[in-house]
Design a protein. Structure first.
Length: 327
């Protein structure tokens, strides 16, 4: 009697390949911050937040518009707490890149300019400068730290770039573009330098990238031969000390691109970020192998039992026939 055992492949013994997400075709980019982030002074304002197409985030995005999706949330006049309260709704788990320029309004720098120009020794000016110095060590670090922690929570997978401010004045005795006392100009540079130091320190603590624009603007502040900042002629329009289009294009954009990469480089970073880790793949393979091995041991054991049972039946029948013959 022939005994056949058929084994049916169930597919359980081979580990099923993990689903691999399709490569991302665009960078989801959110720009946060104040008038410097919005691009005030760099073009025609198009929204209530005074955003322009000359903002560095917009300039970066249009280098490859089909692959960069920008949500410009920056707004003129915004403080760090305003960003927390009004701009972070643009962030989510799919956000890949966040830029942030904020802090000058926390310190009231523009208000201090209005109060101090031509009245450097007045009580209001002295008080404004003293408040800035105090806020640099107390209010500002707390505000920026809270903001960055919240950004990290809402956009946990994103690269975050904290972009600083240019020093407003080139070292010069006379400054036709900003006819204020040199002591006031020095105080302005010191305030912005302190602001950048706070931004850099808080960025490092939060695991974000700090982007300095100081080198690019080193010879292009007010009082220089070719300023990239709006002078006192912008007081009425509230654009004074803001980067011109040239400042955004030649000062901000190169520094930002060097820090975060081009659009294509960001896409490569996203692909690497989203790729399964070697450890996870190995763990999955080991689990599949272990599970598959267990299944095949079970199938093998059942096959052996079937064979043994079949042989037992054959032997019993043969024994019965011999007994009958002997009778």
């Amino acid at each position: 009697m022939a005994v056949g055992v058929a084994v049916i492949g169930t597919g359980l013994g081979a580990g099923a390949p993990a689903a691999v997400a399709a490569p991302r075709s665009s960078v989801q980019f959110v720009a946060l911050g104040d008038s410097y982030a919005a691009g005030v002074g760099a073009g025609t304002e198009s929204t209530a937040c005074r955003t322009t197409s000359g903002a560095y985030a917009a300039l970066w995005s249009i280098t490859k518009p089909e692959s960069a999706k920008l949500d410009q949330a920056g707004c003129s006049g915004a403080t760090s707490s305003d960003v927390v309260d009004r701009q972070l709704g643009a962030l989510n788990a799919d956000t890949d890149l966040v830029s942030l320029t904020v802090g000058s309004n926390d310190l009231g720098l523009t208000d201090a300019v209005r109060v101090c120009v031509g009245k450097e020794k007045s009580a209001p000016c002295v008080a404004a400068l003293a408040a800035i110095r105090a806020d640099l060590t107390t209010k500002l670090p707390t505000g920026i730290g809270t903001l960055l922690a919240t950004i990290k929570t809402k956009a946990a997978n994103a690269k975050v770039a904290v972009v600083g401010y240019p020093l407003p004045f080139v070292e010069a005795t006379d400054c036709p573009a900003f006819p204020a006392a040199k002591s006031l100009r020095d105080a302005g540079n010191a305030a912005v330098s302190g602001l950048n130091s706070v931004l850099e320190a808080q960025a490092q603590q939060a695991g974000a990238e700090f982007v300095s624009v100081a080198a690019g603007f080193a010879t292009h502040g007010l009082c220089g031969a070719s300023p990239w900042l709006v002078g006192l002629e912008g007081l009425d329009a509230q654009t004074t000390l803001h980067p011109t289009l040239e400042g955004q294009r030649q000062g901000y954009l190169p520094a930002f691109t060097q820090a975060v990469g081009s659009v294509d480089e960001m896409l490569a970073w996203i692909a690497e970020r989203d790729a399964p880790s070697a450890g996870s793949a190995a763990s999955g393979d080991a689990s599949s192998a272990g599970f598959g091995g267990w299944v095949w041991w079970l199938v093998g054991g059942i096959a052996v039992l079937v064979v043994v049972s079949a042989l037992s039946v054959v032997l019993v029948r043969r024994g019965a026939r011999r007994a009958a013959t002997g009778r």
